[in-house]
Ligand binder design. Sequence first.
Ligand SMILES: Cc1cc2nc3c(=O)[nH]c(=O)nc-3n(C[C@H](O)[C@H](O)[C@H](O)COP(=O)(O)OP(=O)(O)OC[C@H]3O[C@@H](n4cnc5c(N)ncnc54)[C@H](O)[C@@H]3O)c2cc1C
Length: 270
Amino acid sequence: MRDTDVAGESAADVLDRAGFSPQLQLIIERFLAGVVLDPALHSDAAFVRSLVGYFVMGSPGIPAQGMTAIAEQLATPIRGHITVGVSVTSMTRSSDTWHLELSDGSERHADRVILAAGPWKNAELRGAPTPEALGLTTWWIAAPSAPSTHKFLYLDLRERPQLTNASVVSNVSPSYAPAGQHLLQATAIGAHGLSDAEAITATADLMQADPSQWRLLTRHDVPQSLPRIPPGGQTTTPAGPGLVIAGDHHHASIQGAMSSGADAARRAAQ
Ligand SMILES: Cc1cc2nc3c(=O)[nH]c(=O)nc-3n(C[C@H](O)[C@H](O)[C@H](O)COP(=O)(O)OP(=O)(O)OC[C@H]3O[C@@H](n4cnc5c(N)ncnc54)[C@H](O)[C@@H]3O)c2cc1C
């Protein structure tokens, strides 16, 4: 099947006519819900198919030093040219020049700007409409013993799922766990309404484990996790002169953000 065969359709539409058995379709839907953060899978079919392609081409992993290792690796060759710890509070253009005000009170002026502050901040800074945000909550739990040795995700396949997925993170990356313990994660997407206790009970049910010795380390609520990529793709207001927009707004993933960044660098250099 080519991209043109699914143009303008949602992933849910395409899955419905794919002919999977009901059980396999449920597994695929619940897995993909945790990838695009939408249980209804009302996301662009071509986008979701490209994500599936990445899963097929390689094994998902997490850096031993945490996700910031990716940014550190990208920043290392240009470290001397980067300022960190300040944010852009406004940007205006006059006389072919962009004027940026920074949170430390200083200003920057440039004929070209690459704006890569995430979809919502990008939109806010340039006064464009904000894309729909999809959110999640992740509970991080310490356990004295690992409920399993699996490196796989546990999917909540119940008729009324509470969680989207859970996993024993330290089976994949032991360095993420508190010393001498194991680290579990449980994730729920959207407006789940779960209390911490309910989330822990649901995790134990999924893993068929005893939670009495588990300890909640922290809970992350991230309402702006990913932009929705609607069927037909995300439309964005044209950037205008001297401005290039980079990020995951067209392909909600690290891969999409990095590829957009490389493209932005090429365009800004022209
Ligand atoms: C919990 C969670 C789990 C995820 N898991 C995965 C996954 O497993 N695989 C995957 O592919 N993707 C995953 N994603 C999505 C992925 O993280 C994003 O798609 C990607 O980080 C987007 O990159 P970006 O550069 O567009 O934006 P961001 O990574 O958000 O980077 C924007 C940067 O701009 C900075 N910034 C913001 N405002 C300003 C300002 N005013 N001035 C200056 N700087 C500013 C921010 O501090 C930040 O450093 C996940 C996201 C979340 C929230």
